[in-house]
Design a protein. Structure first.
Length: 357
């Protein structure tokens, strides 16, 4: 069987670029990767002359933007060079752009020349969080979002958006790790808006004899972020947990904890990892109840404050979910949906507004 040629354009700093490439290869794709975050801005080193000129402008003209603009221009030159190099090669069957807001419109135009009518975009963050995405949507033949609120937003109806979910990586297989007691696992960035909820959840779990594997990374104001958590068992990370290590911790855990970023309502990757690995899930994303894999024994929905019903949840047996439903949210089925490569199970977002009316 001939391999399907695909250009994958996305940020490498997301911690998902490498497993996505591995899973594409696993599903018989020939990949050309374009990184939208090469030489991440913080790591780009400027020649001495430009650094001196930056301080000159800052001192004499109160202009502190020169260095940032120059770094951004250098980054765009790197991306442009890599796209031009890719275009020299043979035509691809598909181009998939994840987080298109990280590419300039000129870059997207260049990428589109690679794939004719199979130019596909996916925004795995809410459109409201990254509104620059709206400038590029009409360049794509199909554009997917994971937040059903984006689909129902009247301001976005002109964009012909398609709903889909996130997924789990199916080239990895569940391999439970034996351990003592019950472990609850969380990993994520610090956001002021969810620190109280995380702390509340941690306290409730400890009260019920659950071991914590809670890991938080603060990108700035680390001391201020640390002060927002009263639970000493919560660990603060100096660097991200690598993907393979994350899989190991999921295999060892009994419960996964998901506290949503309040700027969107789409289901996180953690939700689908819980489904695939057969773990219980505690989440404050109420949208999960409208999906076909939801079962109250397996998923505890809370408001971020009150966990008085956690005892019943912890003692209720896990209910296995139909295998076909689990497979529906695999990467293999997801990529077939995105590229429209039948046969596949169709993935759709529930219309929460109509359910609630």
């Amino acid at each position: 069987m001939d391999k399907i040629k695909i250009v994958l354009a996305m940020p490498s700093h997301s911690n998902f670029a490498t497993p996505i490439q591995k899973n594409l290869k696993y599903h018989n794709f020939d990949i050309e990767f374009i990184d939208s975050s090469p030489e991440h801005l913080k790591r780009i080193k400027l020649p001495l002359f430009h650094s001196i000129y930056h301080y000159f402008r800052q001192f004499f003209f109160a202009d502190s933007t020169y260095k940032a603009k120059l770094k951004r221009n250098l980054k765009n030159e790197i991306i442009n060079h890599r796209i031009q190099k890719a275009i020299i090669n043979n035509q691809s069957d598909y181009t998939l752009v994840i987080r298109p807001d990280l590419f300039s419109l000129e870059h997207l135009n260049l990428l589109k020349t690679k794939s004719n009518h199979n130019f596909i975009g996916y925004q795995w963050n809410g459109l409201g969080r990254f509104p620059d995405t709206l400038l590029s949507i009409n360049k794509f033949n199909r554009f997917f979002v994971f937040d059903n609120m984006d689909l129902s937003n009247s301001e976005y109806r002109k964009y012909n958006l398609i709903g889909t979910t996130n997924f789990y990586f199916d080239m990895y297989h569940p391999q439970p790790i034996a351990h003592q007691g019950t472990i609850a696992y969380f990993v994520g960035l610090h956001f002021d808006e969810r620190s109280k909820s995380l702390d509340c959840c941690a306290k409730a779990l400890i009260k019920h004899g659950i071991q914590l594997d809670f890991n938080i990374r603060a990108l700035k104001n680390i001391k201020k972020a640390h002060a927002q958590y009263k639970t000493t068992e919560i660990k603060f990370l100096k660097r991200n947990i690598e993907f393979d290590e994350n899989i190991t911790r999921i295999n060892q855990a009994d419960i996964l904890v998901d506290v949503v970023n309040p700027v969107h309502h789409g289901l996180s990757f953690r939700t689908f990892e819980a489904l695939y690995y057969g773990k219980k899930l505690i989440t404050n994303n109420s949208a999960v109840q409208y999906y076909d894999f939801y079962h109250p024994n397996n998923i505890l929905i809370w408001d971020g404050q009150d966990l008085s019903n956690i005892s019943t949840f912890l003692t209720s047996p896990y209910v296995p979910i139909d295998k076909k439903i689990v497979e529906k949210y695999s990467f293999g089925n997801w990529i077939k949906n995105i590229l429209d490569l039948p046969p596949y199970q169709t993935i759709e977002l529930p219309d929460i507004n109509s359910i609630n009316t």
